[in-house]
Design a protein around this ligand. Structure first.
Ligand code: ADP
Length: 701
């Protein structure tokens, strides 16, 4: 359904007669190229003319060759590049009226009245001003005889869509750009102390690096902080660990590097949304900023965002720091709260005592970020006064009694580690429910936090089904989705999926690069994901694939034929490499070998093929910054949900078998159905998958 609707929606779009210019401005940020590429391809797809404006506003002011029409091929092989291929600049002229007048003239001469500005708060503030002044600028151009009245009428409205591209993430919307290089740096420093001193990035890094101390403008240290910090660090670093202490300023490494899968996907989705927004604008539509909220594309009024950003600055200037934190947005505030909660252990005497015992376990295959989630759950649980128990090896360890109290210090350093330190197994509990109930009674477990994938979901369903027989199971149970496949019903994002996507994306980059000297080659790549097409389709979007075959979107021999024909045509252009992703279970008969052989045979004389099965490399590796942060945050949320339920039950004074089973996730909570089958999984995941797939089809390499 979603797929057919999407297809129809895209087919009916028309941008004929429109001219769109895209520019990158201010400091460069990873992902800007993906946004430019998506704007260009989506613009061309809907029949509009798209122009690059090179060197940001400077190119718009200077005109000439700086404003050039883009072609489909001109944005090929851009996805994986850092920085911005079309150039960015800081432009004094654009701050002056005279400069903006020249820029307006250059746009009108080319019939451009649609502008996509990718930049930080300065660039978007400038864009807002330009739009406000537009009609005045045109009147001036008429007055000076530079354009005629007819042109002034024809181009009377300027439509602007902003996309936030900034490593500071300081524009007042939800945006996550550039996290990876900073984290890479922390790991390179291994064991040494680093004090980041930038705003959003620092707060993000708090949870992903589990830093000991942070200095940020929004939270100035109290008087005497130097003394306290030295005491803490010397106890920790010098005396206890015997490590040397070094100061490192990260500087421009934070701007460099290949964009992460997340940045490419975010930027591609934003670019497509920007063109859609431009197609829908009328003369009275206010300028907007496109972004993602959770997994949904959103449009926010540019003017309000600009005002909000200015309010943050004002609050900071006036030292109203708490307000500044609130104005920075929920994500910033939550990161800061979670950091404060997890980094600083309260003395034992100050901890509450809830008398509740909570067990934590990992179930299913390991997923990067599981350990960050366990650390967060354990520490939040302890802070709330619970006794925390770690169960090793999932439900198997549970029935065998592999249960141990876990303390604050036991989970130190877990955030950055891959795999599952608790130990995880796929075993389901149904056959051993009596023994599990026995262990629940033995340790007096009052709540259960299960971190895992599809088996975790099934396992909890089995426990729920046994509640009528075993009173011990009538306790709050919560599941935190953690699986590379991202196929947990009721959730739209799992811990581990981002790390797996990065593995797929960076491997595809390498694979494509391996053929940089070899023309006319198509790579067939098999991804994991079970029956869920998330990794293949979203990975395809991030890596720039020509096709992604998934189970949810049935394909036949005609589809395969049309893809081969597309690649044959493509080989005649300047893009002479192809990439095809195939989910491991996409079709029983059209296997990876079959597709490889079919493409090899049909492409004979035009291109040759290579195949790669990515396999378990998608499950391994250190968690990405996103997964560390995500795991930390949602496990904290899960623990808070448990505490709330436990406190309610304490008041009620009984075990309750009506406790809902809760799946925690980042933004949305979809209603769960117990009638579980594969199709339910697909239904619940398909909205995201199909959007990615549609975009992938539209902007394919
Ligand atoms: P960023 O967009 O990354 O915050 P800057 O603040 O340097 O970077 O802004 C980039 C460019 O945007 C500036 O060089 C200038 O050309 C333009 N700009 C910024 N602020 C304004 C403004 N208030 N009025 C007009 N143009 C502006």
């Amino acid at each position: 359904m979603a797929q057919t609707d999407n297809k129809k929606f895209f087919e009916n779009l028309s941008g004929a007669g429109k001219a769109i210019a895209v520019l990158t401005s201010g400091g460069d940020a990873q992902g800007m190229n993906a946004a430019v590429r998506a704007v260009v391809r989506m613009g061309i797809y809907v029949g509009a003319k798209v122009y690059f404006v090179h060197e940001g506003y400077q190119g718009m002011v200077d005109g000439g060759d700086n404003i050039k029409e883009a072609t489909w091929e001109s944005v090929s092989s851009m996805l994986q590049m850092g920085g911005t291929v079309i150039g960015s600049a800081r432009c004094k002229d654009f701050r002056m009226h005279e400069g903006r007048l020249k820029a307006a003239h250059n746009l009108v001469q080319r019939g451009i009245t649609n502008l996509c500005v990718i930049g930080g708060d300065g660039s978007l503030t400038g864009a807002n001003l330009f739009r406000k002044e537009w009609s005045g600028l045109l009147a001036e151009l008429v007055q000076q005889g530079l354009i005629d009245e007819e042109a002034s009428q024809k181009y009377s409205a300027l439509h602007i869509v902003g996309m936030v591209g900034s490593i500071d993430n300081d524009f007042s919307i939800l945006a996550w750009i550039c996290k990876k290089p900073m984290i890479g740096m922390v790991f390179a420093l291994d064991g040494e102390m680093m004090l980041p001193t930038v705003k959003q990035d620092a707060v993000f890094c708090l949870s992903v690096c589990a830093s000991d101390w942070v200095l940020i403008p929004e939270m100035p240290p109290e008087d005497g902080w130097e003394e306290k910090m030295c005491q803490k660090l010397s106890a920790l670093v010098v005396q206890r660990l015997g490590f040397d202490t070094r100061v490192t300023i990260l500087g421009h490494v934070q701007r460099g590097g290949t964009p992460s899968a997340f940045d490419r996907i975010l930027a591609s989705r934003m670019g497509v949304e920007a063109v859609l927004a431009l197609l829908e604008t009328t003369a009275n539509t206010p300028a907007c900023v496109v972004s993602l909220c959770g997994n949904q594309s959103v449009r926010l009024p540019l003017m309000e965002c600009v005002q909000m950003t200015q309010q943050v600055q004002k609050a900071m200037d006036e030292k109203r720091f708490e307000e500044a934190v609130q104005l920075r947005g929920r994500s910033f505030e939550n990161n800061l709260k979670t950091y404060k909660l997890l980094a600083h252990r309260k003395p034992e005497s100050e901890l509450p005592n809830s008398n509740f015992n909570v067990a934590v376990l990992n179930v299913g295959a390991p997923a990067a970020g599981m350990n960050a989630a366990v650390r967060s759950a354990v520490r939040v649980g302890i802070s709330e006064g619970h006794k925390m128990f770690a169960v090793s090896d999932g439900f198997e360890g549970f029935y065998k009694g592999q249960i141990k109290e876990i303390k604050w210090a036991d989970v130190g350093g877990w955030t950055g580690q891959g795999g599952s330190l608790l130990g995880t197994k796929r075993t389901l509990p149904a056959k051993h429910i009596d023994k599990i109930a026995e262990q629940m009674q033995k340790y007096n477990i009052n709540a259960l936090l299960v971190i895992g994938g599809f088996e975790a979901f099934l396992g909890i369903m089995e426990l729920l089904a046994a509640r009528a027989t075993f009173e011990e199971l009538c306790v709050p149970m919560v599941m935190v989705p953690a699986t590379v496949s991202n196929n947990v019903p009721g959730s739209d994002l799992s811990i581990g999926a981002d790390t797996a996507l990065n593995a797929i994306t960076f491997t595809c980059d390498r694979i494509k690069q391996s053929a940089s000297g070899t023309k006319h080659r198509v790579f067939i790549i098999e991804t994991m994901g079970g029956y869920c097409g998330y990794l293949a389709s979203v990975g395809g979007l991030a890596a720039g694939a020509d096709a992604a075959y998934i189970f949810e979107e049935p394909f036949d021999i005609r589809e395969l034929q049309s893809n081969v024909e597309h690649l044959t045509e493509k080989m005649k252009t300047s893009i002479q490499r192809g990439l095809v992703l195939r989910n491991e279970n996409s079709n029983e008969n059209y296997t990876t070998d079959f597709i490889y052989q079919l493409y090899s045979e049909e492409g004979k004389g035009v291109f040759d093929c290579r195949k790669n099965v990515l396999g378990h490399m998608q499950q391994g590796g250190a968690p990405s910054p996103f997964d560390r942060n995500f795991g930390t945050k949602i496990a904290a949320k899960a623990m808070q949900w448990i505490s709330k339920k436990l406190n309610e039950s304490y008041r009620k004074g009984m075990k309750d078998n009506s406790y809902a089973f809760h799946v925690v996730m980042k933004q949305t909570f979809l209603k769960l159905s117990i009638e579980l089958n594969h199709h339910l999984t697909f239904f619940l995941t398909c909205a995201v998958v199909h959007e990615a797939l549609s975009i992938c089809h539209l902007v394919k390499a």
